[in-house]
Design a protein around this ligand. Structure first.
Ligand code: SAM
Ligand code: SF4
Ligand code: SF4
Length: 368
């Protein structure tokens, strides 16, 4: 496979500011609305910026090499700090938390964090929807412990079934069979409706779309196809490399006929399709060709505690600074409320030649 030259990234992880803390913050109401009337509904938490894969669309080797300076241990949010921030978000009405990274299963003792978060309930007294996205490489070993710790759902990223294509895409020669074993182990541990995410890059793995559909049809797992996005500044993204979701659906439909089905909830990012023969469903996430900024209700917390209100934001807001500076929960809640209420992001809707030059944070740092 030939890879296009990548662009070196500017170091802007530290492009951050201490958030404004209102002098007399109001108590959380359980519902926060941004300047475009979008509620705050879910939080992604990156637990590490490290990964054992080097997917070219995310952490190309040319940038993330042995000289790359990953965050030191002291910079990482500790589990009790993550729990405290999540609790404040819960008081503002979030219902869902996704743990991600980097590769989240590389974070030591992750089960202990899961145990803490699994006990939380939403403002409506429902259990917090706690889930995790992983590359699956360590899942065979860890699925049972994750489940026992209280994790309810899991998403596994898998870009190809063909071993050569998969090894080339993860760029560390990791075999596909180990990830497939990990998915089986997760099912045995009791995870239901496992989501399998495939990023489609034109000319790289588009010929894997139908084999992937064939493999996961009827398995009870939900395969979802993601358009290759221009996140970060290192993956050499070009619009020509994006395979539009409508082409993915057409390719599958020509072999296994599909029909659209309704979203399960407002703001769902994946458009859902079901196999006419009853063998389950697929999803497509069209971040590039059909942006869903108008419904985007997601905040992201980086490994070192910066809050980002958009995947494409150039700067984060230093919640860790507030936390370690002695802020009270009320002050933290006030700062988060102010940030969300001022939020105006809609990068994918305005993506253009002007936005291409922007300094953007890397996916592996902010969490996908
Ligand atoms: N390492 C874990 C994994 O791969 O599942 C979690 C972190 S990864 C950044 C989260 C998700 O982001 C993965 O499903 C990955 O395929 C996706 N991703 C990364 N870079 C992407 C890009 N440029 N476009 C679309 N999806 C991307
Ligand atoms: Fe690692 Fe996930 Fe990024 Fe691939 S997509 S390099 S597995 S963080
Ligand atoms: Fe949300 Fe930003 Fe993505 Fe739009 S571009 S959907 S606002 S994260």
């Amino acid at each position: 496979m030939t890879e296009r030259a990548t662009i070196p990234i500017a170091e802007h992880r530290y492009n951050t500011a201490l958030p404004y803390v209102p002098e007399s913050p109001q108590a959380p109401t359980g519902r926060l609305i941004d300047s475009r009337s979008r509620p705050l509904h879910d939080l992604r938490v990156s637990v590490t910026d490290r990964c054992n894969f080097r997917c070219s669309y995310c952490m190309p080797k040319s940038v993330f090499d042995r000289d790359y300076a990953f965050l030191p241990q002291s910079s990482l949010l500790r589990f009790e700090e993550i729990e405290r921030i999540v609790k404040v978000f819960v008081s503002h009405g979030i219902e869902k938390v996704r743990l991600t990274g980097g590769e989240p299963l590389l974070r030591k003792d992750l089960e202990k964090l899961i145990e803490r978060l699994a006990t939380l309930t939403t403002v409506n007294a429902k259990p917090l929807d706690l889930t995790l996205t992983t590359n699956g490489s360590l899942l065979s070993r860890k699925a049972r412990a994750l489940r026992d710790a209280g994790l309810q759902r899991i998403t596994v990223s898998l870009d190809a079934l063909d071993d050569d294509v998969f090894r080339a895409m993860n760029d560390v020669d990791f075999p596909v069979s180990d990830v497939l074993d990990g998915i089986d182990a997760a099912a045995r541990a009791g995870f239901r409706s496992i989501k399998v995410n495939m990023v489609v890059k034109r000319g790289v793995n588009e010929h894997q779309i139908v084999p992937m559909a064939r493999h996961f049809r009827g398995s009870g797992h939900v395969l979802r196809f993601i358009e290759f996005m221009d996140v970060g500044a290192s993956n050499g993204w070009r619009l020509d490399d994006v395979m539009p979701s409508r082409d993915v659906v057409a390719a599958i439909h020509s072999v296994f006929p599909l029909e659209p089905i309704a979203a399960q909830y407002g703001g769902e990012v994946a458009a859902r399709w079901r196999y006419l023969d009853g063998c389950g469903e697929i999803g497509v996430i069209s971040s590039v060709t059909e942006p869903f900024c108008a419904d985007c209700s997601r905040a992201r917390l980086s490994t070192e505690g910066r809050l980002y209100t958009c995947l494409f934001a150039a700067a984060g807001h230093d919640l860790r600074g507030l936390l370690r500076g002695g802020a009270s929960d009320a002050q933290l809640a006030g700062a988060i409320a102010h940030l969300w209420q001022s939020r105006d992001d809609r990068y994918s809707e305005i993506r253009s030649s002007q936005t291409q030059g922007l300094r953007k944070i890397e996916m592996s740092y902010i969490g996908g």
